[in-house]
Design a protein around this ligand. Structure first.
Ligand code: ADE
Ligand code: ZN
Length: 348
């Protein structure tokens, strides 16, 4: 399959496991918020704003933009707008399940209340599920460079709201800041309280970061993890322990975590049987979609149709869902994939 048609990709049911709420913002919404709060970008049209802010020198440049975006998210209503935009994205992409990463320490950092925002998001997420059948599992992310105290508060919120839609505790932000050992107790406590653990590692850091994520923090899934391809024993470990890697091709290119998309380690990881899924990371800030990312994976890494289906199903296998729910979705996905295939045969 040299190329998967946009229409075919669109029809396929999908799960997306690595999607930051803050990073899903469009230039249009950011421009609207900049007018609302009269910030320095208030007179920029969305295109101009994207040109100024959504192009990055390197990973630190990206974090700078991320901070600017977060400064524009000041009220629960802003986050609700963002979630509505995300729901529209899910509908357009036929994403039936998404794990959405939200960092409550960001509003806290700007002296706004992370808990109030979280409650608004969870309520909004439940409404989307009831009214539109879109399911969201929330991962509360500790921002590594904000330090241990902020992480402790995030973990407390995650445990407290576990029954209300929070599925995991995450660690994101600057991988090269604090060592993971500093967060060990906090993550052990979250794990003991039935939360899944998600860790950004092996994006800008080396395979040692991925080893620490699994050994020190007990990660169930790794954000990015592409640098694991440099360590054969680590790849074997990830495969045997079913620790998934959320690969984000365009993100790696735009942050310069991996300079050439066509040589991204995804190809090697996939062929070695490491459980990899395809994701956007920050669809707004990287101006991409899950369909575009899947299309790139197919064409750049010469995937067959079966490979593509395997990749899609991996998005459910690695999900932080209760077993019953995962199996129900698995069945729905395989039925739909089969149906789309027979339609293509009967019309083709
Ligand atoms: N937050 C949003 N996107 C991120 C990324 N790619 N790495 C670390 N933290 C992030
Ligand atoms: Zn991320």
């Amino acid at each position: 399959m040299e190329h998967a048609s946009e229409e075919y990709l669109k029809q396929l049911p999908k799960a997306e496991l690595h999607l930051h709420l803050e990073g899903s913002i469009s230039a249009g919404l950011l421009s609207r918020l900049s007018r609302k709060y009269k910030t320095e970008f208030r007179s920029d049209a969305p295109d101009e704003l994207a040109r100024k802010l959504f192009a990055y020198r390197d990973f630190n440049g990206f974090l700078q933009t991320y901070k600017t975006v977060c400064e524009h998210l000041r009220q629960p209503a802003d986050y609700r707008l963002l979630t509505d935009q995300l729901a529209q994205y899910m509908r357009e992409q036929n994403i039936l399940y998404a794990e959405v990463i939200f960092s409550p320490s960001i509003p806290d950092h700007f002296e706004r209340d992370g808990r109030t925002v979280l409650e608004a998001l969870l309520a909004h997420g439940r409404k989307l599920e009831a009214e539109q059948g879109l399911r969201i599992g929330w991962i509360l992310d500790c921002v590594r460079h904000f330090g241990v105290e902020a992480a402790r508060r995030t973990a407390q919120l995650a445990v407290e709201y576990r029954e209300q839609g929070v599925v995991g505790l995450g660690l994101g932000g600057d991988e090269l800041s604090l060592p993971m050992a500093e967060f060990e107790k906090i993550f052990a406590w979250a794990k003991a309280n039935q939360l899944y653990i998600h860790v950004h590692a092996g994006e800008t850091g080396g395979p040692d970061q991925v080893w620490d994520a699994v050994r020190v923090l007990g990660a169930n899934r790794i954000g990015h993890g592409i640098q694991a391809a440099r360590d054969a024993r680590l790849m074997e470990y990830l495969r045997e322990h079913a620790v998934g890697l959320d690969v984000c091709l365009t993100s790696n290119l735009k942050t310069q975590a991996w300079a050439r998309i066509s040589t991204n380690p995804f190809g090697l990881l996939f062929r070695r049987g490491v459980p990899v899924s395809i994701n956007t990371d920050d669809p707004g800030l990287f101006q991409t979609t899950l369909i575009e990312e899947l299309s790139k994976a197919v064409s750049l890494f010469s995937l067959t149709q079966e490979d593509l289906h395997r990749l899609i199903l991996q998005g459910l296998r690695s999900a932080f869902l209760p077993h019953q729910d995962r199996m129900a979705l698995m069945r729905q996905f395989t039925d739909q994939i089969h149906q789309i295939g027979s339609q293509a045969l009967s019309t083709g």
